[in-house]
Design a protein around this ligand. Structure first.
Ligand SMILES: [Zn+2]
Length: 150
């Protein structure tokens, strides 16, 4: 009986690893882009919020789904796509929405940042920019569009 030894040369291993990484990059990149872009149709087709009263109602309703309480909603008139989540000076968790974000979907997105405690200034934060773009923002988009809580 003949034994065949399968020995991969360093070059072959390198090729496998790089092609694996290329696939990961392509699929990872597409998934990332897909998640980040998914929020646009979600915003576009979501119910628009036109008054402060409507916003208060939606904030209350969507907060309840996340188990959040006492979130202040501000309807801001600041451009086409304005969405913010922060802790106000008085310590009140606040969201600001305007333009395309003045919708149920936009409110969901910003509330998710409070749900995951993304706005807590006391939280340890390494590489805040990278964390925002690659962790916090995609997760908020996932919840906003698909209501998936991770
Ligand atoms: Zn966000």
């Amino acid at each position: 009986m003949e034994h065949k030894l399968i020995i991969m040369s360093i070059n072959e291993i390198y090729d496998c690893v790089t092609s694996g990484m290329n696939w990961l990059t392509i699929y990872g990149g597409c998934t990332y882009a897909g998640i980040m872009l998914s929020n646009f149709p979600s915003l576009k087709f979501s119910k628009k919020i036109r008054t402060q009263q409507e916003l208060d109602f939606v904030v209350e309703e969507e907060s309840h789904k996340l188990g959040l309480k006492n979130i202040r909603g501000i309807l801001a008139n600041k451009g086409k796509c304005h969405g913010l989540a922060y802790i106000g000076e008085d310590g009140t968790p606040t969201i600001e929405v305007g333009g395309l974000y003045a919708s149920k979907s936009g409110v969901r997105h910003e509330l998710y940042h409070h749900y995951k405690d993304h706005c807590n200034p006391m939280k340890e934060n390494w590489f805040p920019e990278a964390k925002y773009w690659f962790v916090e923002e995609p997760l908020a988009c996932l919840y906003q569009t698909f209501r998936i809580k991770i």
